[in-house]
Design a protein around this ligand. Structure first.
Ligand SMILES: Cc1ncc(C[n+]2csc(CCOP(=O)(O)OP(=O)(O)O)c2C)c(N)n1
Ligand SMILES: [Mg+2]
Length: 369
């Protein structure tokens, strides 16, 4: 665990550092808490569904809720998000339809991408949430490009992109930050330093202990913040977003956090990291920390907690039921959407497939084996 300094607002007892509270009102604070809890519950439910064989794969963000929800809260809804796979709370924060998210895990017909993406790789244009990049780092240069375009068009939007400590080794990290700084593009780079890139520790990934210091070489501010403190993340990102919107260029924000669970449903972290470190970080759980703050402000009690937990579970469980009652996309949809008019060779392939399966199978929407 790193010993270097970063901004915190809420201490371990829920008390706020003097003059640091961003002064969000009661309704906003409770909403943030509710989204964080719902994100946690969604991750728990999804991992169970994966173990039951009901979905194929999942990527949890447990322990990193403050980092992505606090930062995204600093944006306007019209600003653009270029996510990695580890910000599942942002669609909830921006009011995405829960059925769209869950249909995406299953790849069922309610999935906007019709099962063509990996689970948790949402693509939610209506909430300005750009399709999740699975290749590490590519979203960084996409965000820089989007921000450059907004600046050229004199649009006052901001792009925010998310990536991990491991992604700082990618070519896109260099080209994205370099272009953004040179063109003073309105973009905020959020590096979620959770200390691991699957089984590779950050010490084997980066020559610097801190990610934020890399900003200096590109000519932009680099800020290090306690990533398990939702108010600190919000405060730092709000400043970075305002700076970008004023035309003063990009900022690199490093949120120092920890992935409390596995990298994905395919990973067993006990193989490469020690249980004592995980326990240490569990004591810094971002949800519990925020809960203590709310309690100090008399905005949290057991009844509120019960209601938050129960409504999150009910929302998710009811959506799972609805989605499971739907079908997989029909096989013919594999051939659609690429061309406005389907070319003859695809029509032929589609006919071949449909004749193998028979018209009944096509109507039911079953996948070929
Ligand atoms: C270009 C590329 N190389 C390798 C992978 C395999 N891979 C998936 S996630 C991951 C680790 C990424 O770590 P980090 O950037 O720290 O993000 P985190 O998963 O910790 O949020 C790797 C190497 C990939 N998806 N893309
Ligand atoms: Mg990482």
């Amino acid at each position: 665990m790193t010993a270097t300094k970063y901004l915190s607002v809420i201490d371990k007892d829920g008390k706020v550092a003097k003059g640091k509270d961003p002064n969000l009102d009661a309704e906003e604070l409770r909403r943030l808490y509710r989204v964080m809890v719902t994100t946690r519950v969604m991750d728990e439910r999804a991992l169970v569904l994966q173990r039951q064989g009901r979905i194929g794969f999942y990527v949890p963000a447990t322990g990193q809720e403050a980092s992505h929800i606090g930062s995204a809260y600093a944006l306007r809804d019209s600003d653009w998000i270029f996510p990695s796979y580890r910000q599942p709370g942002i669609p909830l924060l921006r009011g995405a339809k829960i059925d769209h998210l869950i249909a995406e895990w299953y790849g069922y017909e309610g999935d906007i991408c019709k099962g063509r993406q990996m689970p948790v790789h949402y693509s939610l244009r209506s909430i300005h949430f750009v399709s999740v990049s699975s290749p590490i780092g590519t979203q960084i240069s996409h965000a820089a490009g989007c921000a450059m375009a907004m600046r050229m068009r004199k649009h006052d939007g901001v792009a925010m992109t998310y990536f991990g400590d491991g992604a700082t080794s990618s070519n896109d990290f260099h080209s994205g930050l370099n272009f953004a700084a040179v063109y003073r593009a309105p973009v905020v780079f959020v590096c979620e330093n959770n200390h691991w890139a699957i089984s590779v520790p950050v010490s084997a990934q980066s020559g610097t202990e801190e990610m934020a210091v890399k900003a200096e070489a590109y000519g932009m501010p680099g800020v290090r913040v306690d990533g398990n403190d939702v108010l600190a993340v919000y405060r730092v990102c709000k400043e970075a977003v305002e700076r970008a919107r004023r035309g003063e260029g990009p900022t690199l924000v490093e949120t120092v956090t920890f992935r409390m669970g596995p990298h994905s449903s395919s990973d067993d972290p006990s193989k490469y990291r020690d249980a004592a470190t995980v326990e240490q970080w569990k004591r810094r759980d971002p949800i519990q920390r925020f809960q203590r703050y709310l309690q100090q402000r008399r905005l949290w009690n057991e009844a509120f907690e019960k209601e938050c937990q129960e409504s999150a579970r009910a929302t998710i469980n009811e959506a799972i039921k609805r989605v499971e009652a739907t079908n997989k996309p029909a096989p013919r949809t594999m051939f659609e959407d690429v061309y406005m008019t389907m070319p003859p060779h695809l029509q032929e392939q589609m006919q071949d497939l449909l004749s193998l399966e028979g018209p009944a199978a096509a109507d039911e929407g079953a996948f070929p084996l």
